[in-house]
Design a protein around this ligand. Structure first.
Ligand SMILES: Cc1cc2nc3c(=O)[nH]c(=O)nc-3n(C[C@H](O)[C@H](O)[C@H](O)COP(=O)(O)O)c2cc1C
Length: 252
């Protein structure tokens, strides 16, 4: 990997405000080309990406993302896709055995690798992006809006465009908190505190604690951002949708 690639990775930051400079078709095509060069299960490329730029569809889609990053000229919805492979199977008079959890998870890994390659290429070309995790909250609605057939599940959403802000280099738990040598080593309470100090002592995060009135940074997540009742209801909705999308067929 070149020096520049490493530097590009180390200065990544999410961008949430964009200029009105459009992303051309040729640039989008190059980004997709970079995405699809990522490794993928069996080289089956079990993903699709839907580019939304035109009104009123863009605004309708943004509503399902609670209007986050609303200045983005381009929204990419990356989907796991066994539909296209099943069509290939049909055309070749083969069985269509990919509508199950194994292939949902495999395709999700592939879609994630595709997305990350695409994102790196986008940053290399001066674009900025922000993931919209809200794709998981409104998956059925987004799938219906974007005409996804059975076997196609929106899993990653990106707001993309040329940045109108610098963004903030956010803190990370470092390699010493992530990397286990040979086997997994359990964390003591002190390890947990030490590893997360970078997060707990970050001035930006401390200001968030003050604004949210929580006891600590962790509690912002467990009570406000991703609390248990919401996690459970979104999980049930997702499970129902995966069944409806034919990705949970036990008999396959
Ligand atoms: C799967 C996923 C979902 C995300 N969803 C949102 C989101 O809905 N809204 C948002 O503002 N940022 C979202 N983000 C961005 C993260 O908040 C961000 O990546 C993280 O705080 C680290 O900051 P950085 O990307 O600037 O380094 C998401 C990131 C990922 C990977």
């Amino acid at each position: 990997m070149t020096h520049q690639t490493i530097e590009l990775m180390l200065r990544h930051r999410s961008i949430r405000r964009f200029s009105d400079q459009p992303v051309s078709d040729s640039l989008l095509s190059e980004l997709v080309e970079c995405g699809l060069r990522a490794s993928n299960t069996g080289n089956m490329q079990l993903y699709s990406v839907i580019a939304t730029r035109e009104e009123p569809l863009r605004s309708e889609l943004l509503k399902f993302h609670f209007n986050q990053c609303s200045s983005a000229p381009l929204l990419l919805t990356i989907c796991t896709d066994v539909h296209r492979y099943h069509r290939y199977c049909q055309v070749n008079q083969c069985d269509q055995p990919y509508g199950n959890l194994l292939w949902m998870m495999s395709a999700l890994v592939d879609a994630s690798l595709f997305a990350q390659n695409l994102c790196l290429a986008a940053e290399a070309r001066g674009l900025g992006f922000c993931h919209l995790g809200t794709v998981m909250y409104n998956t059925p609605e987004i799938a219906a809006l974007l005409h996804c057939p059975e076997g196609v599940v929106p899993v990653i959403a990106l707001a993309l465009g040329f940045p109108a802000e610098e963004g903030r280099l956010s803190e990370r738990i470092g390699p010493d908190g992530i990397l286990h040598s040979e086997v997994y080593h359990p964390y003591s309470d002190d390890d947990i505190r030490r590893i997360h100090a970078v997060r707990d002592n970050d001035p930006f995060n401390q200001e968030m604690v003050r604004q949210n009135g929580t006891r600590n940074y962790c509690e912002i997540f467990t009570t406000k951002r991703y609390p248990r009742p919401m996690n459970e209801s979104v999980s049930h909705k997702l499970e129902d949708f995966l069944r409806q999308a034919g990705m949970m067929d036990k008999e396959n």
